[in-house]
Design a protein around this ligand. Structure first.
Ligand code: NOJ
Length: 447
């Protein structure tokens, strides 16, 4: 039977430290901005915390055994910076780094390659206190130092790294509208500087990785605003490409092109960030892969009557809204990856996140029949397979998420996992979708 995906395609899933680890104050871990933010009344739905969560800190062997059974090639997880450096800088916490060594060893012993994300939003609170966190350029230096020392300490156990996950979730949500940690509301000027400082952190982190581990493969995991043209015709596709490049001027375009596009600088005017000589040399240094977190996109049409010659719009009938993490829009994965490829030809694209959530519960027989997730997977994977057939260099797919977990300020209600978590007993139940995923990996086909 013909395969939908090549033999060497990389399959796996992703999580993040604050969302799954628990053990928030154990073995010398320092607090992160999320451990502080969650104390604010109603900052997180139900006032829940990350203190225990899925307890992966203690349950990792059980989790790795499930991953092995599903057949993952890769597990993408993030490091809690303040577990390794409780103060964000200075002395390393031996017990903290030891946990990540044990996790990597367990993965490797089970034939699963660790893919590490250095920054998935849980900044050490000590750095927020010391320098205002990402408001300061110094934070990028502290980040590079953490990346360097951690990479050396891991002694080659991990070879694939994402510097930063989703810039916006930290910069704008953390420092501008304040709905995420550290919950600060800066001016536009302040926000733009935070954005720039995080880009710089990526660039400096990438450089130190090149220095201390030349064989490392490095990229980012970014969620630009994706665009889906209304028709696959040259004028609409071109409109979608221009819209994509401009809307994402402050992150992915800046990284891929080595500078902010004019449209961004003009729109921000006097609020544009301060950029120092050499910043963009670091920020735009070549990456080994580009990770795209793709969930949904916006519709775009060629609009000759408008100054920009494109219009971005919503159409309720064309995009099915679900409460499962926004829109059900499988075409986003095709158009998202194709447009990025046509604009900048990255060496490799990894779908570093894609997935959906619901209120999954075990049925009377104990199984979790998450058929909606299988529908989601089938549709999105068809779309990804089309992109690959059209020559987009997608080499891997990491499902969000391996486990049900703490969905930031949305708490524990919605469940994103291929594996169900009973938060009271820490029992794991691989859902029906985990069985679907296992077959997918075994056969290379969308069953
Ligand atoms: C984006 C984030 O990287 C991840 O932490 C989050 O849980 C998922 N998408 C789902 O919203």
């Amino acid at each position: 039977m013909t395969r939908d995906f090549p033999e060497n395609f990389i399959w796996g899933s992703a999580t993040a430290s604050y969302q799954v680890e628990g053990a928030a104050h154990e073995d010398g871990k320092g607090p992160s901005v999320w451990n502080e933010f969650e104390k604010r009344p109603s900052a997180i739905i139900d006032n829940c915390t990350g203190d225990v969560s899925c307890d992966q800190y203690h349950q990792y062997k059980k989790d790795v055994a499930i991953m092995r059974d599903i057949g993952f090639d890769v597990y993408r997880f993030s490091l809690a910076w303040s577990r390794i450096f409780p103060e964000g800088t200075g002395a390393m916490n031996p017990k903290g780094i030891d946990y990540y060594k044990r996790l990597c060893d367990e993965l490797l012993a089970n034939g699963i390659e660790p893919y590490i994300t250095f920054y998935h939003w849980d900044l050490p609170q000590a750095l927020q206190d010391k320098c205002g966190g990402w408001q300061s350029r110094d934070c990028a230096k502290y980040f590079a130092d953490y990346v360097e020392k951690t990479t050396v300490a891991l002694e080659g156990r991990c070879k694939n790294f994402f510097t930063v996950n989703e810039f916006l979730g930290c910069t704008d949500q953390g420092y501008f509208n304040g709905v995420c940690a550290p919950g600060i509301k800066l001016t536009k000027k302040g926000r733009n500087q935070v954005r720039h400082n995080m880009l710089l952190a990526h660039g400096m982190g990438l450089q130190v990785l090149r220095d201390v581990m030349p064989q490392a493969r490095v990229g980012i995991a970014e969620n630009p605003v994706f665009m889906t043209p209304v028709l696959d015709t040259p004028e609409h596709v071109d409109a979608a490409k221009r819209a994509f490049r401009e809307i994402n001027g402050h992150f992915i375009t800046a990284i891929m092109e080595g500078g902010y596009p004019d449209s961004y600088l003009e729109a921000e005017g006097g609020d544009a960030p301060e950029v120092k000589d050499g910043d963009f040399k670091l920020i735009s240094a070549p990456m080994d892969f580009l990770g795209l977190n793709i969930y949904y996109g916006r519709l775009v049409r060629f609009a000759p009557e408008l100054e920009k010659k494109y219009e971005i719009f919503f159409d309720d009938a064309a995009t099915e809204w679900t409460d499962c993490n926004g829109m059900f829009q499988p075409a986003a994965i095709y158009w998202g990856s194709r447009i990025v490829n046509e604009l900048w030809s990255p060496k490799e694209i990894i779908i570093s996140e894609n997935g959906t959530s619901n209120m999954d519960r075990p049925a009377a027989d104990g199984e979790v029949y998450d058929v909606f997730r299988i529908k989601y997977l089938r549709s999105y994977l068809e779309s990804m397979s089309r992109a690959i057939r059209d020559g987009v260099p997608i080499t891997g797919y990491l499902h969000w998420s391996f486990l049900d977990n703490l969905e930031w300020r949305s708490g524990y209600r919605r469940r994103f996992g291929l594996t169900f978590v009973n938060y009271r007993t820490q029992e794991r139940i691989p859902k029906l979708s985990a069985k679907f995923f296992k077959e997918l990996i075994r056969t290379g086909r969308i069953a």
